[in-house]
Design a protein around this ligand. Structure first.
Ligand code: 13P
Ligand code: SF4
Length: 371
């Protein structure tokens, strides 16, 4: 199928359409395209998008779904790094479409491949990365394909919030140190689960020499954490936990491990978006939860489980603005273009990057399934 730009439908034409018309256009395009298209949706997508998804899940589940689907077109309702991962894991004949190219991730943008290569080189120059010292580069799924490829080339792996613990378990046994990109909080929270003391987890600031550390700090460190974070989960503060406990006696605090260490330490439970969902699903009526993750997911849980008390951990809106860029309008626009034979907003990763990123993603899936 070729891209015919002159005939491409215009997104502006969809913006003024009534919601119900948009919804019925998406459904009728889905019917017409049949098994040729699959719509995948991340748990943080808004209700009016997720209602059209064939399958939805957290970032790990979505990567497995993308690797297994036979559909010719993967319409990805998530953010850019997830669509890139789908392209890496999918077949060469498949096309991955991100309905709005503005759906990025501010955390993934906090590390670029040149900075990562430069950091690795600096670590080599001071002998932290050497034949003798095995350092595993591990990247969170929320990173560019180029960084995943870097990990693939250097014996490393990709992880998500749902498999960080088992993958750390494997890599901490096999390697002396780990260099973790780009989410310092997931790295620190996971390291803490293995009893690594805070002073052995140093932060690498890409804008400073040696990441702002001394050579000695880096030689002594067990975990080197890239200085990145999620601005959505960063909004949850330790005082929110104290306040909700004081306001609602018996409430349990359930947070995503992208939250800062102090919040995770104060919480009752922490885990990926799927873990959060499963925890609430298996809780009895009358359970009380303050949840520290993206608001669209929390609001869906509130609607699904009216017999439980569920609230967002913070009083302000913790919404992922980039996830929100995927709208029913952009989905309808991309689907109807597909009906016309136009693939719009295709996400492609070049062959060389794909090869090595696939090694790191493939390792992740294989090791996660083995555990
Ligand atoms: P998970 O889907 O792995 O829970 O990650 C959450 C997230 O921030 C996705 O960007
Ligand atoms: Fe990125 Fe945070 Fe949004 Fe996830 S929730 S896509 S980590 S900004």
């Amino acid at each position: 199928m070729s891209v015919v730009l002159e005939e491409t439908r215009k997104i502006e034409d969809y913006l003024a359409m009534p919601d119900e018309e948009i919804a019925s256009r998406i459904e009728s395009a889905k019917r017409e395209l049949g098994p040729r298209v699959i719509i995948l949706g991340h748990h943080y997508q808004r209700d009016d998008v997720i209602r059209h998804a064939d399958l939805f899940g957290d970032s790990y589940q979505l990567s497995v779904m993308a690797s297994q689907t036979e559909a010719e077109y993967i319409m990805f309702c998530g953010v850019h790094f997830m669509a890139e991962s789908a392209d890496i894991l999918g077949k060469d004949s498949q096309h991955v479409i991100l309905p709005d190219l503005g759906a990025g991730c501010s955390m993934a943008d906090m590390a670029n491949i040149d900075q990562v290569e430069d950091a690795w080189q600096q670590l080599k120059e001071i002998g932290v990365v050497s034949e003798k010292t095995k350092v595993a580069p591990i990247t969170y799924m929320n990173s560019t394909a180029a960084i995943k490829a870097f990990c693939g080339r250097n014996e490393g792996v990709v992880c998500t919030s749902s498999n960080a613990v088992p993958l750390f378990d494997i890599y901490l046994k096999e390697f002396e140190k780990m260099f973790f990109f780009p989410d310092q909080h997931l790295g620190r929270n996971t390291g803490a689960k293995f009893g690594i003391p805070l002073e052995k987890m140093v932060v690498w600031d890409p804008h400073k020499d040696l990441g702002g550390n001394t050579e000695e700090d880096l030689h002594n460190a067990k975990l080197i954490l890239w200085r990145g974070h999620c601005s959505v989960h960063g909004r949850f503060k330790p005082w929110h936990v104290d306040k909700v406990r004081a306001d609602v006696p018996g409430i349990r605090v359930l947070v995503h491990p992208e939250c800062v260490y102090e919040v995770v330490q104060k919480s009752d439970l922490n885990g990926s978006t799927s873990y959060i969902i499963k925890t609430v699903e298996s809780a009895p009526a009358g359970s009380k939860w303050a949840i520290g993750t993206e608001v669209n997911l929390v609001n869906r849980l509130i609607k699904r489980f009216p017999e439980q008390h569920i609230q967002l951990l913070a009083p302000d809106l913790c919404m992922c603005a980039t996830m929100y860029r995927i709208s029913p309008q952009s989905l309808a626009w991309a689907m109807e273009n597909l009906l016309d034979g136009n693939v719009v907003n295709e996400i492609t990763v070049d062959d060389e990057t794909k090869h090595f990123a696939n090694i790191a993603l493939g390792r992740m899936i294989k090791l996660t399934e083995k555990k």
